[in-house]
Write a protein that binds this ligand. Sequence first.
Ligand SMILES: C[S@@+](CC[C@H](N)C(=O)[O-])C[C@H]1O[C@@H](n2cnc3c(N)ncnc32)[C@H](O)[C@@H]1O
Length: 246
Amino acid sequence: MRELSVIGIGAGDPDQVTMQAVKAMRRAEAFFVIGKGAEKRELVEVRTAILAEYVEGPHRIIEITDPPRDRTPEDYTGVVQDWHERRAELLEAAFEQVDGVGAILVWGDPALYDSTLRMIEHVLARGRVDFDYTVIPGVTSIAALAARHRVVLHRIGEPVHVTTGRKLREQGLGTGSTVVMLDGDTSFTEVPGDDIHIWWGAYLGMPDETLIAGNLREVEHEIVTRRAQLRANKGWIMDVYLLRAF
Ligand SMILES: C[S@@+](CC[C@H](N)C(=O)[O-])C[C@H]1O[C@@H](n2cnc3c(N)ncnc32)[C@H](O)[C@@H]1O
């Protein structure tokens, strides 16, 4: 039976690739790399650099171009489902090209805001290709953020809530600490209060890594300005942040 390894590669720093990930990479004969446009080119390059560093044997890289997705739909769930369907079809066609062990390198950890595992289940459910698969965990962008700021994500015994920019705008802060990912709209500016601390990080583990921390009301303007500059320079940005009342 075909085998597939879903390998978390960490959030951008090749030194954060685990030994377990390296061993799994060395067993694979083909790597499926899912990319999509500008951001994506550099993210694909991180993956190919990781392969060049850790995998010596012969291997194939099969690039899969992500289908475009409507970012501001009325029917968000329906659009995402349709997008997953089209992605699954592309993966299926790619899997059919490999008979032995294939691998997918997933940014950060496959269990955190990543649809690869759902797509794989979807491909299996369609029944056109059959394979067994294993998941290798990776360092998340949240772990990278906490490490670079040398901060614990929560106070002793308190919860930490992980959410998206969209949900932060809709629901506000919960109790304890909140980590926000996938925020294209600097949603922290809409969080009320003068007693919030923010730990913000962009391009963590990558050459353009940028960190800002402080009282939210005092540093929010600096983050918004800096974020816009960075985004304009590179054409894309990835950032994540932790919020907590003092
Ligand atoms: C689709 S999610 C993937 C998360 C990934 N699976 C993980 O474990 O971190 C992408 C979001 O992760 C965060 N992210 C991932 N890598 C990052 C990095 N190197 N620096 C800052 N944020 C990052 C950003 O919030 C970005 O919008």
